[in-house]
Write a protein that binds this ligand. Structure first.
Ligand SMILES: [Zn+2]
Length: 314
């Protein structure tokens, strides 16, 4: 919950915000991953990877169930290293980037710009930047060190509720102390785009066929995006962070979610729809490139990595 005094939570968050181990050497080597989706060309760029304490995963699940699930998922070390996958959609004249990555947040992040450059994509050619939410690994790549915008010609799209949350004076009382730097950072990044930001609410379109879906809980104004064409595509953001844990157990909590109940509702709703409609999903923190499907599996879901659309519906 926002403003939680739970000491376990703030300990985890502090550990997450100040990791000491160096970034593994391979984080910048993931080549961009490209595929066509209806009228759009989708490319996933790696911003690198985070290092987080495994204690963030399902902290409230029954201990034996949690241990078994993490073992199956291979998450048995003190830390785990979720990817950071940033979609870029080329659609007509538009180049639309979803999140800007985590420059100066953790040493394993901040690779987006390098990957854009090596792909021949000039930052000045990005026409639209869509921000799913205000966390550092998603928006700290918006502003350069000198205060200029990394994507100087883009129009920006931010969730109205998310913008209000981070910019309201209440934010200081709603966040655990360890997350205060998140608010300082979010305000800096948001302030830099304030003259060119469009506020988004659920159902609003970025361009025709790319529409916001309100998925609150991870943060108060978190947005996912549905992209028309083909069999449908959803840019999930952080509604489902670690697929090996939360697909089979969508009602387990995640230590970085602001409101557990709301986060679970959003997660179940999104996975249920994705399984029913057999919609391709893009997960920001899923194993690179984070492309896959949800299949119903008992009380939860199975994560089917890759482009093979499941051919049966429950
Ligand atoms: Zn994230």
């Amino acid at each position: 919950m926002i403003g939680s005094e739970d000491p376990t939570d703030s300990r985890s968050v502090r550990a997450a915000a100040a990791p000491t181990p160096p970034a593994p050497p391979n984080v910048g080597t993931r080549a961009p991953y490209r595929f066509r989706h209806g009228p759009h060309e989708v490319t996933i760029f790696s911003d690198g990877q985070l290092m987080l304490p495994t204690t963030l995963l399902a902290p409230q699940a029954p201990a034996a169930d949690r241990r078994a699930a993490l073992e199956i998922a291979g998450l048995v070390s003190e830390n785990y290293e979720p990817a950071a996958n940033i979609p870029l959609i080329r659609s007509g004249e538009d180049l639309i980037l979803f999140d800007t990555g985590g420059v100066d947040f953790q040493p394993g992040l901040g690779w987006l710009s390098r990957h854009l450059t090596t792909s021949g994509i000039d930052a000045a050619s990005i026409t639209k930047v869509v921000l799913t939410h205000g966390h550092p690994d998603h928006i700290w790549g918006t502003v350069l060190a000198d205060g200029a915008l990394r994507f100087p010609n883009a129009t920006y799209y931010a969730g109205a509720a998310e913008w209000d949350f981070w910019n309201h004076d209440d934010v200081w009382t709603k966040l655990p102390d360890a997350q205060r730097p998140f608010a300082i950072g979010a305000r800096r990044q948001y302030a830099a785009v304030r003259d060119r930001v469009i506020m988004m609410r659920s159902g609003d379109e970025v361009i025709s066929g790319i529409r916001a879906i309100a998925t609150p809980g991870h943060t108060p104004g978190h947005l996912s995006f549905e992209v028309s064409g083909g069999d449908g595509l959803i840019i999930v953001g952080d509604v489902v962070t670690t697929p090996s844990v939360y697909f089979p157990n969508p009602k387990w909590t995640f230590g970085f979610d602001a409101d557990d109940g709301q986060a679970i509702d959003s997660r179940v709703r999104l996975l249920d729809r994705a399984a029913r409609e057999r919609t391709i999903l893009l997960g920001y923190h899923w194993p690179y490139p984070g492309v896959g499907y949800a299949e119903r599996d008992g009380a939860g879901y199975h994560y089917l990595q890759g482009h093979d659309r499941p051919d049966t519906v429950e």
